[in-house]
Structure formats: structure tokens, C-alpha cells
Design a protein around this ligand. Structure first.
Ligand code: NAD
Length: 510
């Protein structure tokens, strides 16, 4: 590829308000998966610097919690405006740093705007209950209070949206935030921090009150993440990434009784039933399995197809896999961009070898050469017809591999669907109301997300997002996920002149 990506990155970062010294001359090298070229070098935080920054974030929380919630919402409204103004540039930076196609890079920023809108409304709706009490002249109620400085650890594949799902809610709830983005995607984090600072400046210029260090960015890898996880002034860490990361982070948080929102790996499936609309299914499967080059936590990885429609659907899918446009994600018409790096490519190839050893018939999966980018890893998405759900099929390989398995009995396929350790997202393609309703019932999909006649990926912000089992159990984004960022206080108020005890207990003293 002929254009200079480092120069392009620098131009976009300047437009977004990031000074050049923030991404030049440091020890953390950032490369773009689009060409494999280096696009920045950032200074990393030492453990001591990270600890001091967290202490300052805690001080910021002590002030911010006293600002009324609707006023906190005004800051997030302004952040939404800055994101709208910076959408094109930030979307392009996401595409450069992660390799997402243009519409997906922009879509990720749109998701940030959407959650800001949601959080602004939420800032006037942090409702508690009033509860009937058994004692006369008493009142019982629930109050929701801010929690503290919230830790956010994010993965490379949603480098900015995950921060906003957490930060927009955390801030209207009265918390400060400390963000440790993926070491593979710190440039987009610098840009988001710059947009936040612009919003903060406007908020203060309009007469708003906000402390310094309300939003803190920590640059570094796992070691910096561990400082956040172990710091006693961080009451909650929302950590998004692999199940291996969650296995390390979860027990450390539990050990100091801190809260965790864990958003970990998925192994998402779809069931295609005899009555499915196959045109719609084809599109739903193609987007969920090949979109983002299979690098979404909700990407479709297992496809169960009823034997009565198998020979109609699978050849059409193979054709789509053979013809989908792969290449530079910044160019119009591309649908599949690159893998993030060489380790991702190697993992994909070893999963395909393991699938072949289990009797899998592989279509695609090979490397696609692009002009002059020896260090970029483009692949043709792989469709693998498997005799059964074994070997790599029960693991998450973060690459575009779709395992296809034939089934004949609905109850058997439902059991197979749930027989993997992960539990993030799922879907069923059917026009049979019994199958559809069973899938979303208590004996249906065991995942945090269960869809009918759409694929498992591409969630909206209005619902709570997250999954069960090895996906970690956390929920963030919409619905009542905000409650994770607050502490609940139950209050009983006696407005009478006597002191009746609950449960009729007598304890009279002179
Ligand atoms: P990763 O686990 O390699 O890294 C994620 C983040 O965790 C990074 O910021 C990393 O520095 C940090 N980290 C790693 N080990 C740590 C430790 N011991 N202590 C503290 N921090 C640590 O994941 P990745 O490769 O960036 O992302 C891909 C994975 O993320 C996939 O498994 C995908 O399914 C998952 N993911 C899940 C969701 C979800 O919402 N469930 C969303 C996006 C991605």
C-alpha cells in the first residue's frame, strides 16, 4: 500500500486535539494492522506513576460525587457533542489502529454517541425504591450513591466504545474513571481523552463544577492493568478481554472484596431451523461471522444447520465466503479488513489444523496478499464443515472461522448449543413460534444475549450487554447496568415518638 499511514495518523490525531509529543518518542510501539507499519510510540506509565494517578482520581471522585447528577449529565451531553463533531476523524483512527472497515469504525463512534445520550437521560433517573415498612410512623427507602474511582480495562477490538459504555454511566453516577486501554490501541484512547478534555473545558466555561483528574488515562500493558486491579482506592474494575485475563483479574479483585464487571470471551452460535428465511439467514450469518474479520466478542463462530436446509444454505455461504471483498479497510467496498497481528494469524492457522485433524472440511482460511504489506495479515474467512462439536469448536479463536454442524433434532441441538464453556451471545433463525419462544425461554439459550432472526453480533446500547459462564457474568451499557457503578444504601426513618423494633422484638431499658 502506497500511502503513508504514520503521516495520516498524525494528521487525524492533530485534528482530534492530540499533541505530537503524546505519541512520539516513547517505548510503546503501536502498529497499524492495515499495513503493519509503526504509527506511534507512546510513553508508558510506571507502576509508581499509575498509583499516584489513581490517588488523584480518588480525590476527584470526592468532589464529583457532590455535584448533582443532572449537572453531571450536562458534561456527558457535551461529550456527546464533541464525539459528534469528531466522529469522522475518530472513526478513521479506529479503522487505522484496529483495521475495521470504514462503516464499522464510524459505527463504533456512533455507539459512543448513543451511550452518551442514554447517560444524559439516566442522570435524571437514578431511581431508588420506597419500601413498605412493618412499623408505624416509619419510612423505608433505597438511596443510590456514587462508588469511587472506577477502573476500566479494555480490549483492542472495541478500543473506544467500551470506555464510553463504562465511563458515560460511571460519571453520571458520580464517579471518576481510570482507563487502561489495550496496549495495541492506545492512540484512539489518547484521542478520546482529548475529546473528553474539550467537553470538560466547555462545561467549566458554562459555569459547571468539575474536579481535575475526573478522567484518567493509563498507558501500558498487563503490569499497569495489575496496578489498577490491586489498588485499594478502586472499588470496581470493569475488565473487557479474554477469559485468560478474567481468570487473572477476577480472583485478585475478589481477594480485596472489590467489585468486578467481567466482559470476557464468547463462542457464539446460531441455529438455522427448517422454517428459516434463508435469504435473511445468509445475510445475518455473513455479517456476524465475517464482519470485523471475526474479531468481535459476539462474532458468530458455530452454526448449527438443520439437515433439511443444509444443502440449500451451506453452498450459498461458501459462495459468499469465496467472493467477499477482503483488503484495505479504508477503501470503499471492502467488507473484511485485516487481523490485528501475526499472533492472531498463527492462532487461526493452528485452529484450522486442529479442525482438519478432527475431520473438518475447510473452505478459505488462507492468507490474502495485499500489495507491499508483508507485515499485515489479511485472510480469507474460513468456513469449516465439522462432523461434530469437538476440538477447536469449543474454544474461542479470535479470527473469522465459522464451524458448521448439521443437526436433525431441536432438543439435541439446543443441548449442543449450550455445551460450551462460554455464554455471551446466540441466535436462532426460524419462523416456528415454538422454536423461537423455546430458544429465549428458561430452557433455551444459556447466553446473556439471545436473538431471533438476527445474528449474535451488533448489539444496541439500550440493552444490558454481557454474558454468562466463562464470559464472566458482567453487564454494562443499557437497561439497569448503571447500578453496578453505584452503592445501594437502605434507609429506615422513624418520624414517631416511640421505638418499635422489627419482628416484634422487645428490649426495654429504664
Ligand atoms: P486481552 O485479554 O489480551 O487484553 C485485554 C486487556 O486486558 C488489555 O488492556 C490488557 O492489557 C489487559 N490485561 C491482560 N492481562 C491482564 C492482567 N492480568 N491484569 C490486568 N490487565 C490485564 O484481550 P484482547 O486480545 O485485547 O481482546 C480480545 C478478547 O476480548 C477476546 O477474547 C474477546 O472475546 C474479548 N472481548 C470481550 C468483550 C465482551 O464484552 N465480552 C468485548 C470485547 C472483547
Amino acid at each position: 500500500m502506497t500511502f503513508d499511514l504514520a503521516q495520516e495518523t498524525s494528521k487525524v490525531l492533530t485534528e482530534l486535539g492530540v499533541a505530537a509529543e503524546r505519541y512520539q518518542g516513547g517505548t510503546l510501539s503501536v502498529t497499524s494492522p492495515v499495513t503493519g507499519a509503526e504509527i506511534g510510540r507512546l510513553k508508558e506509565h510506571s507502576a509508581a506513576e499509575a498509583k499516584a494517578a489513581i490517588d488523584r482520581a480518588h480525590e476527584a471522585f470526592l468532589e464529583w460525587r457532590a455535584v448533582p447528577a443532572p449537572k453531571r449529565g450536562e458534561l456527558i451531553r457535551l461529550l456527546g457533542e464533541e464525539l459528534r463533531a469528531g466522529k469522522a476523524a475518530l472513526g478513521r483512527l479506529v479503522s487505522i489502529e484496529v483495521g475495521k472497515i470504514t462503516s464499522e469504525g464510524l459505527g463504533e463512534v456512533q455507539e459512543m454517541i448513543d451511550i452518551c445520550d442514554f447517560a444524559v437521560g439516566l442522570s435524571r433517573q437514578l431511581y431508588g425504591l420506597t419500601i413498605a415498612t412493618e412499623r408505624s410512623e416509619h419510612r423505608m427507602m433505597e438511596s443510590w450513591h456514587p462508588l469511587g474511582a472506577i477502573g476500566i480495562i479494555s480490549a483492542f477490538n472495541f478500543p473506544v466504545a467500551v470506555w464510553s459504555w463504562n465511563a458515560a454511566l460511571a460519571m453520571v453516577c458520580g464517579n471518576s474513571t481510570v482507563w487502561k486501554p489495550s496496549e495495541k490501541t492506545p492512540l484512539t484512547a489518547l484521542a478520546v481523552q482529548a475529546l473528553f478534555e474539550k467537553a470538560l473545558k466547555r462545561y467549566i466555561a458554562e459555569g459547571g463544577t468539575a474536579p481535575a483528574n475526573l478522567s484518567t488515562l493509563l498507558i501500558g500493558g498487563r503490569d499497569v492493568g495489575e496496578v489498577l486491579v490491586d489498588h485499594p482506592k478502586i472499588p470496581l474494575v470493569s475488565a473487557t478481554g479474554s477469559t485468560a485475563m478474567g481468570r487473572a483479574v477476577g480472583p485478585r479483585l475478589a481477594n480485596r472484596f472489590a467489585r468486578a464487571v467481567l466482559e470476557l470471551g464468547g463462542n457464539n452460535a446460531a441455529i438455522v431451523c427448517p422454517s428459516a428465511d434463508l435469504d435473511l439467514t445468509l445475510r445475518g450469518v455473513a455479517f456476524s461471522a465475517m464482519g470485523t474479520a471475526g474479531q468481535r466478542c459476539t462474532s458468530l463462530r458455530r452454526l448449527f444447520v438443520h439437515d433439511s436446509v443444509y444443502d440449500q444454505l451451506v453452498p450459498r455461504l461458501q459462495k459468499a465466503y469465496g467472493s467477499v471483498m477482503i483488503g484495505n479497510p479504508l477503501e470503499a467496498g471492502t467488507l473484511v479488513g485485516p487481523l490485528i497481528d501475526k499472533p492472531a494469524f498463527d492462532k487461526m492457522q493452528s485452529a484450522l489444523s486442529a479442525a482438519r485433524a478432527e475431520g473438518g472440511k475447510v473452505t478459505g482460511g488462507d492468507r490474502v496478499e495485499t500489495d507491499g504489506s508483508a507485515d499485515a495479515y489479511y485472510v480469507r474467512p474460513a468456513l469449516v464443515e465439522m462432523p461434530s462439536q469437538t476440538g477447536p469448536v469449543v474454544e474461542e479463536t479470535f479470527a473469522p472461522i465459522l464451524y458448521v454442524i448439521k443437526y436433525s433434532d431441536f432438543d439435541v441441538v439446543l443441548a449442543l448449543h449450550n455445551a460450551v464453556p462460554q455464554g455471551l451471545s446466540s441466535s436462532i433463525f426460524t419462523n416456528d413460534i415454538r422454536e423461537a419462544e423455546t430458544f429465549v425461554s428458561a430452557r433455551g439459550s444459556d447466553c446473556g444475549i439471545a436473538n431471533i432472526n438476527i445474528g449474535p453480533s451488533g448489539a444496541e446500547i439500550g440493552g444490558a450487554f454481557g454474558g454468562e459462564k466463562e464470559t464472566g457474568g458482567g453487564r454494562e451499557s443499557g437497561s439497569d447496568a448503571w447500578k453496578a457503578y453505584m452503592r445501594r444504601s437502605t434507609n429506615t426513618i422513624n418520624y414517631g415518638k416511640t421505638l418499635p423494633l422489627a419482628q416484634g422484638v422487645k428490649f426495654d431499658v429504664e
